[in-house]
Design a protein around this ligand. Structure first.
Ligand SMILES: [Fe+2]
Length: 319
């Protein structure tokens, strides 16, 4: 959300994000909100990190940057993902993984504040393509997981693995196409974009054991879908439907709406099965021998026509 202030149009950013992706943010004007006023921090580039860390120590977790700087940062991210930068033969693979992951976190942060724009949606697509290329380049899926695990967030790794599994499942259907895969991939990149790192553990615990879940977490599929529906031409409706349904269950015990089995379309079911498989494999510390056990669990929990088809296709992919 853009805030109109006496010092211009400002956008909120988490201090932790600025610190994590300092290379993108060094040199931008940073403001803090104190006693109803937005004050510009005075710093030289080399003390940027120290000032932010001091703010954190004082319990300040959010700062504000100019809307225009936000746009400039997006340009920098675009540049970092360009063929010329990312395919530089001198760049180590670990560094490429870091670049793609940092790009994702930064674009996600900007979308959260400014909503989706054609440039940011295009960047998400590029991020997915780059991550898939890194995956195809790896000697094996497990080698890729090992590499990514060290150099990116857990959530981004899960997201990319979901997209990979989903793409293999879609290939088993006659209507497979690059466009359909892209619709699913966008859903994967955006379905949890308002959540914080701590929220994922709670959601995964709910997925395993059920029980209570904070209202804020139950609302995240709706909150994100509403944000994306504002520009109907930018995000495909299938992507929004997947986001709305990604925590639903065919027996009606899911959230946010508790919909019944006949409301899921085939693409949503494929997405959910891919995401569930990936998360369960992650929880099993990527023990690939557990795949049959995991498929059985998913088949039991998601028993209904469209889910059965998706699980059958997954079983074929993993055979
Ligand atoms: Fe979610």
């Amino acid at each position: 959300m853009v805030i109109e202030t006496e010092v211009g149009r400002l956008v909120k950013m988490d201090v932790v994000h600025l610190l994590k992706f300092r290379d993108n943010f060094i040199g931008v004007e940073v403001h803090v909100h104190v006693s109803g006023k937005y004050l510009k921090l005075n710093y030289a580039n080399d003390v940027f990190v120290q000032i932010l860390k001091k703010l954190q120590d004082k319990g300040v977790n959010e700062v504000f940057i100019n809307e225009d700087d936000c746009k400039r940062i997006i340009e920098e991210v675009k540049q970092s993902l360009s063929d010329q930068s990312l395919n530089d033969t001198k760049m180590e693979k670990a560094r490429r993984v870091e670049v793609v992951s940092a790009a994702f976190e930064t674009v996600k942060g900007v979308i959260n504040q400014l909503g989706v724009e054609p440039e940011t949606v295009q960047l998400l697509k590029t991020i997915n393509t780059r991550a898939m290329a890194l995956l195809q380049d790896s000697p094996s899926l497990l080698a890729f997981i090992k590499e990514f695990k060290k150099n990116c967030s857990e959530e981004f790794l899960l997201c990319i693995l979901t997209n990979y599994v989903m793409s293999l499942i879609i290939d088993k259907f006659p209507w497979k196409s690059a466009q359909v895969k892209e619709k699913g991939a966008l859903a994967s990149l955006m379905c949890d974009m308002t959540l914080k790192a701590d929220d994922f553990a709670q959601l995964r615990a709910w997925n395993r054991n059920g029980g209570e879940l904070a209202e804020r977490l139950k609302r995240h599929p709706v909150d994100i879908a509403e944000k994306l529906k504002k520009d109907k031409l930018l995000i495909p409706i299938e992507t929004i439907t997947i986001i709305e349904q990604h925590h639903e269950l065919p027996d009606g015990s899911g959230f946010p709406y508790g919909i019944s089995a006949n409301r899921f379309n085939q693409l949503s079911a494929i997405f959910i099965v891919s995401q569930q498989f990936t998360e369960r494999l992650h929880d099993s510390r990527y023990d690939y021998d557990k795949r049959v056990e995991i498929i059985t669990e998913i088949r039991r929990r998601y028993s209904s026509k469209v889910f059965d088809k998706a699980v059958d296709a997954l079983a074929l992919v993993l055979a």
